[in-house]
Design a protein around this ligand. Structure first.
Ligand SMILES: Cc1ncc(COP(=O)(O)O)c(C=O)c1O
Length: 390
């Protein structure tokens, strides 16, 4: 049986979600139409909004449905920047980190290259832990120039968890809005919007077991944002386009199940991850486990194998029926070193020798058995490929 250990790239649709989605997909009606078909779609959409709000502890009208994480990150970063810059022309500085997902990083870099913004990337150590003193210093020195802060809740490649509450507390001294990409965190650690102090938070469905192509930006009612998409004015005028009520409904169910099972799943994932790490270390004593001794996601294990090509490992594991990843799916297919691993201070060779295993809602002991059985041969093979590259 093929084994899937790449849930951070995308997670299989949950059976309950699939069953519900296949029923609601047939529903007719634009949620904006006044006839009864439209009203039924509107009801489905609004109940989904309500269900997400209940599970993330936010207000129902703080849920802005989008097509997923990329769109939510773009809306948050560009929308907050444009809004804050329009209110005060001095606000050109964006504080972020060099280990953010490309949806944030490339939005920031685009604002820098095309819109006159300036970026400041908070310093971090070799484990990816952010230096909050550095953040505090830049805020102290340049608060009146800061448009926004965007720092992810947990890193999707190496699994390190960031202290979002502390970050928002620092920012609140200067009334600076903080956006966080919470995609990797949701379902794996507690995520509570109200408690977090965030102004905006990105989530997406397909990492939780919903269909691909639906997500949300949770946006505080108090926070104004300039829209990226213009048109019919749906979603508080922030995201024009006919909302996909069936997808929103499926997404809401996936969010509810992920949040409900989070604590239990974290315990079982921690056990599975520990077995995996112990097994790999036995066979490859020179392996490095990224961010091993800092707060990290229990469903994520990220290895660095000296002298080994991550692509070869991936290929050889796949030949043996085990699907893993070298890092972020968005960068996969292109053999370049991971920007996240490079940002930890690793050299390009080390950044090419990575393997990421991410567990999800249906991961089992049998998956780990299969991994540990396939790994020794794949590692041998990848080491040979690594050596011929030099
Ligand atoms: C942390 C993070 N942010 C953003 C995205 C993009 O989300 P989507 O695929 O829903 O556009 C991903 C997906 O890989 C991700 O892992």
């Amino acid at each position: 049986m093929p084994v899937y250990l790449d849930h951070a790239a995308t997670s299989p649709i949950r059976p309950s979600v699939l069953e519900r989605y296949t029923r609601t997909l047939a529903q007719i009606g634009n949620p904006a139409s006044v006839h009864s078909f439209g009203q039924s779609s509107r009801q489905l959409l609004e109940e989904a909004r309500e269900q997400i709000a209940r599970n993330l502890d936010c207000d129902r009208n703080e849920v802005v449905f989008t097509s997923g994480g990329t769109e939510s990150d773009n809306l948050a970063v560009k929308g907050l920047y444009w809004q804050r810059h329009a209110e005060d022309r001095n606000r050109t500085l964006i504080i972020s980190s060099s280990a953010e997902h490309a949806a944030v990083l490339d939005s920031v870099n685009w604002l820098v290259s095309e819109q006159g913004a300036e970026a400041y990337f908070v310093a971090m150590d070799e484990n990816g832990v952010l230096d909050l003193e550095d953040l505090e210093r830049v805020l102290r020195e340049r608060a009146d120039q800061v448009a926004l802060i965007s720092l992810m809740w947990a890193n999707n490649e190496i699994g390190v968890v960031h202290p979002i509450k502390k970050i928002t507390e620092l920012a609140s001294n200067y009334e600076i809005p903080v956006h966080s990409d919470a995609i990797a965190a949701l379902g794996h650690i507690p995520v509570n919007f109200k408690e977090s102090g965030l102004s905006a938070m990105t989530i997406t469905g397909h990492k939780l077991g919903s269909p691909v192509g639906v997500g949300a930006l949770i946006l505080s009612r108090k926070q104004k944002v300039t829209a990226v998409l213009h048109g019919g004015g749906q979603e508080r005028n922030l995201r024009s386009g006919t909302p996909d009520a069936a997808a929103a409904d499926a997404f809401a169910l996936a969010v509810e199940e992920a949040v409900t099972e989070q604590a239990t799943l974290a315990v079982s994932h921690a056990k599975l991850s520990a077995r995996l790490i112990a097994g790999v270390k036995l066979c490859a004593p020179d392996v490095k486990v990224s961010s091993e001794n800092v707060e990290r996601l229990s469903n994520n294990v990220h290895f660095r194998f000296p002298g080994c090509l991550g692509d070869s490992l991936l290929f050889l594991m796949d030949l043996n029926g085990v699907s893993i990843s070298t890092g972020s799916a968005c960068a996969a297919g292109v053999s370049s070193p991971s920007h996240v691993v490079l940002s930890l201070g690793a050299d390009a060779d080390e950044a090419m020798g990575t393997m990421r295993i991410t567990l999800g809602h249906n991961s089992t002991e049998a998956d780990i058995d299969a991994f540990l059985e396939a790994f020794p041969k794949a590692h041998e093979g990848a080491k040979k490929a690594g050596l011929t590259r030099r």
